[in-house]
Design a protein around this ligand. Structure first.
Ligand code: MN
Length: 257
């Protein structure tokens, strides 16, 4: 197989992914170096939330500056840290100003080597797993937490319908949609780390790849049925980025390497 001049094998897309990069002034140089290192190694960058330490626009600017030299598209979702200061609109404006596409219960596509790649992105939210589910019952405040997660589930379903025609389909989350990638975290906090309610539309639509972060002490690889799920939290990966390669996109049944 011949390689394109940018190093990409035809029919293949290389996705660089990371979560919990937690940018702030103190890691400006490390962030710049990490992103500069992607040059020529990836066709697309996906960031799985917790882009900042406390959601200050100045911290988002550190990430924006680090990405400014990249020639490939960058898509991101926010994490809980990015909304902490309640300045997420400003954070998003700073990121979008640097060309980073922030997905917020939305879907987007980009074309790489003639292949249309679809990404559905949402922060996601809490809710728990079998044995630890938050119920849709009782206090209005608790039922609103449940309803907030429902909005994410519905957005994933509608986004996945929107990108059904794409050669490759990726779901990008901050919170975990499966407990397998939380192994290593105390089970007592799993309810706060994600919920398998997010897995229902993934099981139905079977995208090629699901990425999340948030669980710094979790496990790298899990699955929802036959769909591979990766916790790309930087402390889990013990590296700046993981490069996923989705191959054989010109024929049915893509393969993940
Ligand atoms: Mn988080």
């Amino acid at each position: 197989m011949t390689q394109a001049t940018d190093g990409r094998v035809p029919g293949t897309v290389r996705i660089a992914a990371a979560g919990d990069v937690h940018c702030h002034e103190g890691n400006r140089e490390a962030a710049r170096r990490a992103f500069a290192g992607l040059d020529g190694r990836a066709d697309l960058v996906l960031l799985a939330g917790d882009l900042t330490t406390h959601g200050e626009p100045e911290q988002a600017a550190v990430l924006a500056d680090a990405c400014s030299e990249l020639s490939v598209p960058v898509f991101a979702v926010l994490g809980n840290h990015d909304v902490h200061a309640e300045r997420q609109d400003e954070v998003v404006a700073v990121l979008e100003g640097a060309g980073i596409h922030v997905l917020d219960r939305t879907a987007a596509t980009c074309t790489i080597g003639g292949l249309e790649i679809g990404i559905v992105g949402a922060k996601g939210f809490v809710g728990g797993f079998p044995g630890s589910h938050l119920p849709d019952f009782g206090e209005a405040l608790l039922r609103e937490v449940y309803a907030e997660t429902t909005r994410d589930v519905e957005a994933l379903a509608s986004g996945l319908r929107e990108i059904a025609h794409c050669a490759a389909r990726v779901v990008l989350l901050h919170y975990a949609p499966v407990s397998a990638t939380l192994e290593g975290e105390p089970p007592g906090i799993w309810t706060m780390l994600g919920t398998d309610r997010l897995a229902a539309p993934i099981a139905e639509h079977e995208p090629d790849l699901v990425l999340h972060g948030h669980a710094h002490a979790g496990t790298f690889q899990g699955a929802i049925g036959s769909v591979p799920v990766f916790n790309v939290s930087v402390p889990v990966m013990e590296r700046d980025f993981w490069i996923f390669e989705i191959a054989d996109l010109e024929r049915a049944g893509a393969h993940l390497h």
